[in-house]
Design a protein around this ligand. Structure first.
Ligand SMILES: Nc1ncnc2c1ncn2[C@@H]1O[C@H](COP(=O)(O)OP(=O)(O)OP(=O)(O)O)[C@@H](O)[C@H]1O
Ligand SMILES: [Mg+2]
Length: 325
């Protein structure tokens, strides 16, 4: 099914997809997981609308605190005399995104993309939130709320290296899909996800890691995404899902994410300077520079905004390359 869409012009794709979504959404009941009749990955998320809000977020990391005091004895200072070295990783950030929208956090390396996604999913380590709050449907983002509503695909792949791609997905399906799913339904879901993420040719190959040779780096990245797609989450957060993928696969992946967003999901992803055709697929964009948002709004209005400030994007230049530096 994924292959059929890829051959269609994007306008037509959107039109077909939205009509599919509309007709299906009418028959779905509410609940965290999709109904049993779902035969395709493009089902509408049936658990109601989600809203994610970040208010005035300030996050600092103490780089000095990570070096243990005994390793700093050469400085001839007692532990309490060692001064911290604070670095602001996120500076007064505000954003709001709701189901049906895809928000991309773009910016150069080290601008704070991973830090932001980790704070939202309560996985930040080594830093302190000095002010602000993150709200999921109006409630603070506690680990329990996050576990129920958010699927987080991290920048590094954490998979079992000795399982094949299919075994990995079957294993996760057994753990994460509701117990009323039969084996046939679980296998169907696994097949759908494998087809969608173009993993058919390596479905029976070992996943591998840095030490055990397995699937390629890009394929492993797609397995990480497949693991999270399996349980049909309402909010999907992906840290650089397109890194390591060729431009065709990266474009297809973002088209898939865009379709998932149209199916009443909230998609938040971080990405380095994306290709111009990928950039056009985003609904909202946050452009970060050294932890500060220099633009937060619709992707369509980004170029006019910077043009009005006196920084027009040169002709034939990709806006995300030009402004994301
Ligand atoms: N726990 C931490 N300890 C030390 N420094 C940190 C920590 N977390 C974030 N930083 C610093 O904050 C900045 C932002 O890091 P972050 O990983 O969010 O960047 P990024 O935008 O995801 O970069 P990349 O695109 O390379 O993944 C970096 O300068 C990084 O060194
Ligand atoms: Mg990162």
């Amino acid at each position: 099914m994924g292959y059929t869409f890829n051959l269609l012009p994007s306008a037509l794709t959107k039109c077909i997809f939205s009509s599919t979504v509309l007709s299906k959404s009418q028959s779905f009941s509410t609940g965290l997981f999709s109904s049993e009749e779902d035969s395709s990955l493009y089902f509408t998320y049936s658990g109601g609308c989600n809203e994610l809000e970040v208010n005035n977020l300030q996050y600092e990391v103490d780089t000095a605190a990570q070096i243990p005091w005994y390793e700093r004895l050469s400085e001839f200072k007692l532990p309490w005399e060692i001064k911290g070295n604070k670095q602001t990783a996120i500076n007064k950030l505000n954003l709001r995104v709701r189901s049906g929208q895809m928000l991309a956090v773009i910016g150069s390396s080290g601008c704070g993309k991973t830090s932001l996604l980790d704070i939202i999913t309560c996985r930040d380590e080594g830093g302190t939130m000095t002010s602000g709050q993150v709200l999921i449907n109006g409630k603070p983002n506690t680990p329990r709320v996050v576990r129920k509503t958010i699927a987080h695909v991290r920048q590094d792949d954490r998979l079992l290296p000795h399982l094949t791609v299919r075994e990995t997905l079957v294993f996760v399906a057994k753990l994460r899909l509701p117990t009323h799913f039969t084996k046939a339904q679980r296998d169907k879901r696994v097949d759908d996800v494998i087809a969608e993420l173009r993993l058919r040719q390596c479905a029976n190959t070992r996943v591998g890691n840095d030490y055990v040779r397995g699937v390629s780096g890009g394929e492993r990245r797609r397995v990480s995404i497949a693991v999270q797609l399996l349980w049909n989450p309402g909010i999907l957060i992906l840290d650089e899902p397109t890194s390591g993928l060729d431009s065709f696969t990266a474009h297809n992946l973002v088209i898939t994410l865009s379709r998932l967003a149209r199916g009443n999901r909230l998609i938040l992803l971080s990405v380095h300077q994306p290709r111009s055709d990928i950039f056009q697929l985003f609904d909202l964009v946050v452009l970060l520079t050294s932890g500060s948002a220099v633009y937060c709004g619709t992707a369509r209005d980004m170029v006019p905004y910077f043009t009005s400030l006196g920084y027009p994007c040169p002709r034939y230049c990709n806006p995300s390359d030009f402004y994301g530096m």
